[in-house]
Design a binder for this molecule. Sequence first.
Ligand code: NOJ
Length: 721
Amino acid sequence: MKRKSIALPVLSVLILGVLSCSQPKKNNAPAYEKKIDSLISQMTLKEKVGMIHANSSFTSAGVPRLGIPEWVMSDGPHGVRPEHGRGWTLLNNGKDSSTYLPTGITLASTWNKELGYKFGTVLGSEANARGKDNILGPGVCIIRTPLNGRNFEYLSEDPYLAGQMAVGYIKGVQSQDVAACVKHYLANNQETERNTIDVEMSERALREIYLPAFKAAVEEGNVYTLMGAYNKFRGQFCTENKYLVKDILKGEFGFKGVVMSDWGAVHNTMDALMNGTDLEMGTDLTQKTPDYGKFFMGDTVIGLVKSGKVPESVVNDKVHRILRVMYETHVMGGGRKKGEINTPEHQAVALKVAEEGIVLLKNQDHVLPLKEDGLKSVAVIGANADRKNAMGGGSSQVRPPFEITPLQGIQQYLGDKVKVSYAEGYKVARGEKADPKLIAQAVKAAKSADATILVGGWIHGYGGQWSDNAFDSEGIDKPNMQLPFGQNELIQAVLKANPNTIIVMMGGGPMDMTSWVGNAKGILEAWYPGMEGGKALAEIIFGKVNPSGKLPVTFPKKLADVPAEAMGDYPGKNGKEVYKEGIYVGYRYYDSYNVAPEFCFGHGLSYTTFKYDSLQVTPGDKQATVKVKLTNTGDMAGGEVVEVYVHQEKSELKRPEKELKAFSKVFLKPGESKEVELTLPSSAFEYYNDQKHQWVLEPGKFDILVGSSSRDIRQTGTVTL
Ligand code: NOJ
């Protein structure tokens, strides 16, 4: 008797265990699923439809009688946007500050996945503190051309790097009970004609270049929401695109979250309803009080369901997805974390990202770091040194409690003991040419100072596309790669006056440096480094911090070298753009077609030196393990990114010369060594064969290239799979 009574429960536990293994979905379904079904069953059709379109500039409706709150969104992607209230005009009520983090391209330059997570955590916590449920970032569109006005918000020309940095960001945001929103799905790779351009690309380019970062966001990052792009893809608007949304995103990737439109990006009710758009966002700027019922996913939907043209289950699914995200983020169900804003810890993350994101491009004769010993005067030249960026660029604007400009950073770093002078050098205004008077002042300052730092580059327009001096801005692309406002003339003149001048470039990406790059000894790329950026820059210039950033994009010598120009037809013709360069984007093009860049993908110098040796590549089952020993051989502690590229020796279809498939950021003290181990999964060896319509791992020999940049390969191994 005794034995039996013990054995039975054990047996039943075993049986239950077996059952739960074979039916994971049913038994693992979160407890809220039933609550969601019950809520939906109590809702009227009107209430449901109210939830699937905007009801103010950044909210969609809830159902108060059932305890469902309004859903509140905010841009994104590098800080919580100032408040618009329910309309579109900034409230300017003094209560909408937030930490201004370095922009996406700066984050990607850190190549530090943990920093991606920390960045997201800060953003999520601040969004939560500001009453937001959903933060509209990260932006992961591939940087296809340096001219795209929103490259500063995006991450990389490389899909793997973009995906990996986005995954950390998303997990960080969502750890704070706030949904992240990966955007803009898909191919919003330019701002020129962004609302209408129809993008055509090969299936291979789609699979290998433009989809992977979104796939990683969904499958590895478990992102809760996704924003459709404004443009068209193969003839149909992206947000309501059957192939992209219904077939690939929700079908193949199994996305369970919410697909929202970009603001005003829905164009057709039936397409949106049936192809997978869950939420139509936007606002009618022409109306004082927009009638949100008139949205494509507004009152029309009620009629369509009532007349039987659209099954109610279609609407239920959209509402279900929204409620699921609300429960996952504890917007419903209780127990939501509390956020914080502008804490010293958050600012420390902003500083760290800037310190690790600024890239040392050139350091001839060890001109950097500047020695403080005996330094009595420093000339800072260039309008960018004295310009704030947080409120620029369009929808990504942020109002931080402070923003340390490069000039302030240098002044604060040096204190009273060094005289810091400032010369503007150029005037920021569209069409402005080199100004001989300003150049003469700058030259004079450079001649009379012990050291000179020139800060130039791109700028944001403060009013997005409506501004007359927008270069890195939403709604508009750069006209070319030439620095504006006569900066080339200024830089040449100042370098002549002081050949040791340190050149700092800011902005969302490369510029044509050919007229002066050969004469400059020290060049730094500082991007838009956030509210602590000026501090980070000064620490790097004077050697308190050892630079460890690496380029997430190639710096080509000139615009004509860019694949979208050389092979493609950017920005398109008659409303259509064919990505003729296919998979040959960024270094995949420069390396395969032997085009020498100014600074290659993955490049970034340090004040110390690193030695790579003892590479071992061990094959596994359709995968490989890479081990390499890294030693800091210099006399300063520093960080190095170990970059692993794969090259297939022979393949049925042509493949790029090399492709980034793994990386790791390692920090070492002088003399210290570390064995770095990285796994290359089978996907690292596959490519998309668009004749077979599938990913293939063609057996054969693969070269494993390990190095400090895409063109500074230090160790090479092979593996046969
Ligand atoms: C349009 C932008 O493309 C998108 O990134 C942003 O999130 C929305 N507007 C909302 O401001």
